[in-house]
Design a protein around this ligand. Structure first.
Ligand SMILES: [Zn+2]
Length: 190
């Protein structure tokens, strides 16, 4: 016959609240034993716990992304401080403004010379989606819809005419990162 050991762990924590964690009983110290009791903390059959709201943290303020959540206990005269967690909380559905930058391989170039524009998307989650590169108000040929890969999208063109050009990258956004515009930067073609 083999036995499986089952080991329970009971943790005593003094809450910085006025009532117990799972009922409304006072937790003041110094009173007669067993005076701060009720059917819940006496575990009477059918008694259901009611959690103390002060010891809970509810939030709806997290935006889309992945978070490491910790509970940091301050400690008191009896118990040392400590940290619970982290646990990983994933928030889906929301989108967050992505950081967008645009750069040129050469801000001054000659007519007919190839120039590469790079948009970098820095989001809370790995970015997908596309970037539309524009010159003034017009899409740059062959750069109308460039997929974002490893956080960036590039557009190489040699079709810009002589003069100055306002270059932008319009990011489409995705499930986690909101749409936005990078730039403009000024490209000068001589
Ligand atoms: Zn109680």
């Amino acid at each position: 016959m083999s036995y499986e050991p089952v080991i329970g762990l009971e943790i005593h924590v003094q809450l910085a609240t006025r009532t117990k964690m799972f009922c409304a009983c006072d937790l003041a110290f110094g009173d007669e034993p067993n005076t701060h009791t009720c059917p819940v903390c006496l575990a009477h059959p059918g008694a259901l716990p009611v959690t103390n709201g002060q010891a809970l943290c509810s939030t709806s303020a997290l935006s889309g992304g992945t978070y490491a959540i910790n509970g940091k206990y301050s400690g008191d005269s009896t118990y040392g401080s400590g940290v619970a967690g982290p646990i990983t909380q994933v928030i889906t559905g929301g989108s967050v403004a992505a950081g967008l930058t645009i750069d040129s391989s050469s801000y001054t170039a000659s007519v007919g010379q190839g120039v590469t524009f790079t948009v970098v998307v820095t989001g809370p989650a790995p970015a997908s989606g596309t970037v539309r590169f524009t010159d003034g108000g017009n899409s740059i040929p062959n750069c109308e819809s460039v997929g974002v890969s490893n956080g960036s999208a590039t557009c190489t063109t040699s079709s810009l005419s002589a003069g100055t050009h306002a270059i932008r990258g319009y990011y489409s956004g995705d499930g986690s990162n909101s749409a936005g515009v990078a730039g403009p930067i000024t490209e000068t073609i001589r």
